[in-house]
Design a protein around this ligand. Structure first.
Ligand code: ZN
Length: 196
């Protein structure tokens, strides 16, 4: 009887976490809430020829972030034909051309200053506001063409961190992610970060 009670308690706690995570929590933002120094109301993005195979995914992701279905947010995105003064630049690379990529990394986002230097090493979150970002897809992996990747990496570019909430586009692994679009918690994190 005791054991049965314990098990039930665990299950109940699990449910509470699940409901709270999916309905009430906004997706975590980076330490000190660092973000695009220029805001997100005029986000220009550039797709390098190496990422041309990801164009549909990128356009779909930008449309999803601009119109999440959860009300207004400040994001507006425009595709441009050069990487001059853009917010986000997209590239396709593989492990042979990018030492940060390996067979478990489908894509990543890096954070840059106005002078073209990185604010932090690849794979580490920036510690101060950044001017632009680079998003790299791993062309070695067929999973990199999954439509969730561009949405997830854009979330990082905007300033969002990973979450343990499987019902968020910012869940860190595709295998266990239960959604394919930007969710309320992701949308709320953008408004928290940029409406101040
Ligand atoms: Zn990620």
């Amino acid at each position: 009887m005791k054991n049965k009670m314990k098990r039930m308690t665990l299950i109940a706690l699990g449910l509470i976490t699940f409901v709270g995570g999916s309905i009430f929590a906004r997706t975590p933002t980076m330490p000190n809430d660092v973000r695009f120094s220029r805001g997100v109301s005029n986000c220009c993005y550039y797709i390098d020829w190496t990422a041309s195979g990801y164009q549909n995914q990128i356009v779909s992701a930008s449309n999803n972030w601009v119109d999440t279905g959860y009300g207004w947010n400040p994001i507006y995105m425009t595709a441009v034909s050069s990487n001059y003064a853009t917010h986000m630049d997209f590239y396709g690379r593989n492990a042979g051309s990018d030492s940060y990529l390996n067979n478990s990394v489908v894509g990543y986002t890096s954070f840059w200053n106005t002078d073209g230097s990185m604010t932090s090493q690849k794979g580490q979150v920036p510690t101060y506001n950044y001017f632009y970002t680079e998003i790299v897809f791993n062309t070695d992996l067929s999973e990199s063409y999954d439509y969730r990747i561009a949405k997830h990496e854009m979330g990082h570019a905007f300033g969002l961190l990973h979450t343990e909430d499987r019902y968020s586009i910012m869940y860190p692994t595709l295998f266990n992610m239960m959604v394919s679009t930007v969710q309320q918690g992701d949308h709320d994190a953008i408004n928290y970060l940029y409406n101040r």
